[in-house]
Design a protein around this ligand. Structure first.
Ligand code: ADP
Ligand code: CIR
Length: 390
């Protein structure tokens, strides 16, 4: 397959990066998509159509939709269909393969985004609207594993975009620096259990960086799905991590989203971890203006994170269930859970530890999303106990 041959892919990425790097300063609406970009899209669309890719992009980008959208651009940033689909075109093993280069892309390319959103978030139709934010109280959720038999750790995160800025492919170096300054200042104003320090990636010792990644605090570097989407430009400028003194509250700056707000700790006390994240979101929301769309909820770069943008996960050992992959898959679908490897998305499980989280993030309130995940993990633990005794 041409796309997978290295020189071809490198050439493609150089072409794509040139297109992405000059992007912000392209003239505004009214611009046509260049012949070069059109040709590249046509070639890569054909390759994807003929591939065995199982991505949602391949499933929903029909020839009819491709032809309808290929010459469209967004009004403020001049983003093209290629910006949206480059990750899935370059990576046929994508689960989704689609990103929004700027918030307007969700409307201009709605014929593609809407069916992908509906498929991923299970029944969030184009006529549906994300309910108003409602965090509720974490104390309603009992500890999922008080005796520490299954759950190694619990993490809840959400993503936010800052009003006035587009997403990665349209950000220039100065934007990354401005965003980092704002986010760093907001985190440094946190008090009490949230008090901590901000560490920029620029100049970070490699040993320190690797240890932060290994300990599951910091994002990985060089994610090919994000790189192909135009999310690694000017790296490491503007990227960094805030960690509170207790190391159970974190903020990622300018990785996939402008800001990711994370709470994590050992054990299975989901309610406590969730409440800590909510407290952090509310404190940061007093300093930063978050972008929320009336219909889609919180604005994020990847359509899988829209709505509440919440992913609540446990690192969990379920040795008996994992011996029955079909049964496990059936249960994951029943409870609408997603299974990842130990080091996050697109990684392998090490030492029998899987990352299991809510799959959908839209169509429910924050509280309902946490409840769905809590019920699901409870169900899995009950099934594990049953599998062990039978
Ligand atoms: P996200 O999109 O939610 O940020 P990733 O799949 O990229 O998730 O994972 C980011 C990091 O968070 C990885 O190091 C991953 O191992 C870690 N992680 C996810 N869930 C947990 C958990 N329950 N306990 C500890 N670390 C976790
Ligand atoms: C992919 O398509 O596989 C990557 N771009 C990641 C998609 C987001 N992952 C997810 O399932 N939430």
């Amino acid at each position: 397959m041409l796309l997978n041959s290295k020189p071809r892919l490198e050439l493609r990425l150089i072409g794509l990066c040139t297109h992405l790097a000059t992007h912000r300063y392209a003239s505004k609406s009214g611009d046509k998509v260049s012949n070069e970009v059109l040709q590249q899209m046509e070639d890569d669309f054909k390759n994807l159509s003929e591939s065995k890719s199982k991505s949602l992009l391949k499933r929903h980008l029909t020839k009819e939709i491709f032809d309808k959208l290929k010459t469209k651009t967004t009004p403020s940033f001049n983003s093209t269909l290629l910006h949206c689909i480059s990750s899935g075109l370059c990576n046929h093993d994508s689960g989704v393969g689609l990103y929004a280069p700027d918030p307007e892309a969700y409307k201009v390319f709605a014929d593609l985004f809407d069916p992908v959103i509906e498929d991923y978030h299970k029944c969030f139709r184009k006529t549906d609207k994300q309910p108003a934010t409602s965090f509720g109280k974490g104390k309603d959720f009992e500890n999922l594993d008080p005796d520490c038999n299954f759950i190694v750790s619990t993490r809840v995160r959400c993503g936010r975009a800052i009003v006035g800025y587009p997403f990665n492919p349209c950000l220039m170096e100065k934007d990354y620096k401005d965003l980092e300054n704002q986010i760093c200042a907001a985190t440094m104003s946190l008090t009490g259990e949230y008090k901590g320090s901000y560490m920029p990636l620029t100049g970070m010792d490699k040993v320190v960086q690797d240890k932060l990644i290994e300990d599951h605090y910091l994002f990985k570097e060089g994610d090919r799905f994000l790189a192909a989407a135009g999310a690694s430009r000017f790296w490491p400028t503007g990227r960094g991590i805030f960690l509170n003194d207790a190391k159970n509250f974190l903020v990622w700056c300018n990785e996939e989203d402008h800001i990711r707000i994370i709470s994590m700790e050992k054990g299975g006390d989901l309610g406590k971890v969730y409440d800590r994240m909510v407290g952090g979101v509310e404190a940061l929301g007093k300093k930063l203006k978050f972008n929320r769309d009336e219909r889609l909820g919180f604005q994020t770069f990847c359509p899988t994170n829209l709505g509440t943008s919440i992913r609540a996960s446990v690192h969990i050992k379920l040795p008996n269930l994992m011996c029955q992959p079909d049964h496990m898959e059936e249960l994951a679908q029943k409870y609408r859970l997603q299974i990842r490897g130990t080091s996050g998305e697109h990684s392998e499980a090490k030492g029998g530890v899987h990352d299991i989280s809510n799959q959908r993030r839209m169509g429910l309130t924050e509280y309902e999303i946490i409840k769905e995940m809590h019920d699901g993990i409870k169900g899995l633990i009950a099934a594990e106990c049953q599998a062990k005794s039978s």
